[in-house]
Design a protein around this ligand. Structure first.
Ligand code: WT7
Length: 644
């Protein structure tokens, strides 16, 4: 069965696109009609990119959890909402029906209320990939609290920064998380994060790994105890309910921290109604989702992909979403294919870095795995190279599954540029066409639109001309930062930070970041952030970090480091620096290569010429461009010779 707003042919795509541009209000209203509202909107959209101010469905009242859960109960109550696949395949799979999800979310809402959480409060969530994480975010949404999920790989320091920035008084965590053969002691990381904290009032701890934890009297409570207590409260005369808070369309739904070109991650804020409409619409149309299909997005809910395409999008569409706790290579490199086979997965959505790493194991892990249930494949997080695209097409999709290459960002909430599975054509390594409601434009450094000469392919900085319902509303606690980051580079445009090509048919190919942001295995990290972390090490005077092409990760991190004094054991010093970065940010930000240098190529005004460092890191030592502006051109030779 399909959805009323489903695009079924290329003609329908063109028609929808045209309507979305000519009559955006009527277009989005006709989609929003199919959702559950306590009160409909007064105005579909109001915006200016100057402040910026963007408001969708203003005046409307709703609760997103009614849309994710309650409205499906009559028809889908006994159908699986989540299929949870544990880290260890020998452990029992958990199938969570919509009825069960309803009960658990009501319980969590009650539990949060019992613990003093109120509408508008910020709740930090630092959990592994367990169904309770989905109950936790939806429980927050049910009472109108704002969740801020922090990826389980971030360090105590990163958590502390995020808790402080969001002024969060509540945390939900686990004792530990399984990741392949490792156990990550989440609660103990939280304890480290809160050593000097006086504002967190309550930590709720879910038991997953039975890792020993220290529970502070008066602050820390067990999820299991609290949920048991709440269970009795949400059941009245045999009926389970927790009345959802009535929220405004533009109330914040969540904060998600992401890296930019400055040292400090920013809290991207998304609001309820626009987010809901956009992720559901894009989910249904990009993957051409048909009711009853099994959707498997391999992301972690710590990133936006998991928020939008494991939790909110699929659940709003009444889909069945597979949630995977482990990693692609544990217990072996056939893990994804086992899951596809076991649960008869129809849609597989993963990242190029995962595909490249699995390619390295050859086709042996695919033997005996039945992948015939697959209908659609998706790619997200970074440009997919042609080799990986073809491997995915040939060995996973067996050349009968369309591949959607989906371009979007934390700030966009959902997919902006992608082919629509089976509807619009794919082009290897091209994200292709914008979704209805999305108006991309390529501009040069001065903000002038780049226009083609005849049929040529053009290149420029990728901007969007008008708001779609999922656009970032603000950066938490600092609206000016949102303006300068995204809306001030070019007048009246949202600037993505990416460069792109556009061919004569209007297809887009994303070429990568044009700012100082790295994309490591599909994860965003700012060079300044890594430099700050390296500079925290006692022996370091200064550092400069750049990205370089990496076979598996897409980009690797190359750090040039100046030490205060020559260390006798350079290898040990490198390890110490890696340890420092792991402590300050998390293992994901560890440099792949560290080169000790005595100076950095700087201009007379003291600016580091990263262009030169990037070229050397890439292995280019001949054409370094003009180096005459450098204060000390000799340093370049030293750096070239010491390349690691
Ligand atoms: C950055 C956003 C998209 C959700 C997960 C990452 C890069 C993302 C693609 C793609 C080429 C892509 C961009 C973008 N990116 N998807 N299909 N092709 N590049 O979200 O952490 O906010 O990162 O990822 O550079 O700006 P994020």
């Amino acid at each position: 069965m399909s959805y009323p707003y489903q695009i079924n042919s290329i003609e329908e795509y063109k028609e929808a696109y045209k309507k979305s541009i000519e009559q955006p209000d009527a277009f989005w209203a006709s989609i929003a009609e199919h959702f559950t509202w306590k009160k409909k909107w007064d105005k579909v959209v109001e915006w200016n990119f100057k402040e910026p101010k963007v408001e969708w469905f203003k005046g409307a009242k709703l609760n997103i959890t009614e849309n994710c859960i309650d409205r499906h109960l009559d028809t889908l109550g006994d159908k699986p909402a989540l299929i949870w696949e544990p880290n260890n395949p020998e452990e029992r799979v958990r199938v969570v029906t919509y009825n069960r999800l309803h009960k658990r979310v009501c319980q969590v809402a009650q539990m949060l209320k019992n613990n003093g959480v109120k509408k508008g409060d910020r709740v930090c969530i630092y959990m592994g990939m367990v169904p309770e994480l989905v109950y936790a975010i939806l429980g927050c949404a049910r009472i109108g609290a704002i969740h801020s999920v922090i990826f389980g790989g971030f360090s105590a320091q990163s958590i502390a920064d995020r808790v402080t920035d969001a002024h969060a008084e509540f945390i939900i965590t686990c004792d530990g998380a399984y990741r392949g053969e490792k156990v990550i002691p989440l609660k103990s990381v939280i304890d480290d994060a809160l050593i000097n904290n006086t504002t967190v009032k309550r930590i709720i701890v879910f038991t997953r790994t039975r890792t020993p934890v220290s529970m502070l009297k008066g602050r820390d409570v067990w999820w299991e105890d609290e949920m048991e207590h709440a269970e009795q409260q949400v059941e009245i005369n045999g009926k389970i309910n927790f009345e959802p808070a009535i929220m405004d369309a533009e109330d914040p739904l969540f904060i998600l921290y992401t890296s930019g070109s400055t040292g400090k991650p920013k809290g991207v804020v998304h609001t309820i109604a626009g987010y809901m409409i956009f992720v559901t619409y894009s989910f249904v149309n990009v993957f051409n989702y048909q009711q009853g299909q099994i959707h498997f997005c391999t992301a972690d809910i710590g990133w936006v992909t998991g928020h939008s395409y494991i939790a909110y999008g699929p659940l709003c569409a009444g889909a069945t979403s597979v949630m995977f706790e482990g990693i692609p290579t544990f217990p072996d490199a056939g893990r994804f294919w086992d899951i596809v086979d076991k649960h008869q997965v129809n849609i597989l959505y993963t990242a190029p870095t995962a595909i490249r790493s699995l390619m390295g194991f050859g086709t042996q892990p695919l033997e005996g795995k039945n992948l015939s249930s697959l209908k659609v494949l998706g790619s997200v997080g970074e440009p997919i190279n042609e080799e990986a695209w073809h491997w995915y097409d040939e060995h996973i999709g067996k050349k009968r599954c369309p591949i959607v290459d989906t371009w979007w960002q934390t700030e966009t909430a959902g997919i902006l540029i992608s082919n629509l599975a089976g509807i619009t054509p794919s082009k290897p390594s091209w994200a292709t066409l914008p979704l209805p409601g999305v108006q991309p434009i390529l501009v040069d450094e001065n903000g002038n639109e780049v226009l083609p000469n005849g049929n040529e392919t053009i290149a420029g900085n990728l901007c969007i001309k008008a708001p779609w319902p999922g656009i970032i509303r603000t950066t938490y606690g600092d609206h000016e930062r949102c303006r300068t980051n995204y809306f001030a580079t070019y007048d009246n445009l949202y600037f993505s930070g990416d460069g792109a090509l556009k061919d004569e048919n209007g297809n887009y190919r994303i070429t990568g970041r044009v700012d100082d942001v790295l994309n490591i295995s599909g994860h965003r990290i700012g060079t300044a952030e890594v430099e700050n972390a390296i500079n925290m090490h006692a022996g370091v005077v200064e550092s400069a970090v750049v990205g370089y092409p990496h076979n598996i990760k897409g980009q690797g991190i190359y750090a040039y480091v100046i030490l205060g004094q020559k260390h006798s054991d350079e290898e040990l010093t490198k390890k110490d620096i890696l340890q420092t970065v792991t402590r300050i940010i998390g293992a994901i930000a560890k440099p792949d290569k560290i080169q000790f240098v005595t100076g950095l190529p700087k201009t007379r005004s003291g600016k580091i010429m990263r262009r030169i460092l990037r070229k050397i890191a890439e292995g280019e030592t001949e054409n370094l461009g003009d180096t005459t502006a450098l204060l000390d051109p000799n340093i370049v030779n030293e750096i070239k010779e010491g390349r690691v």
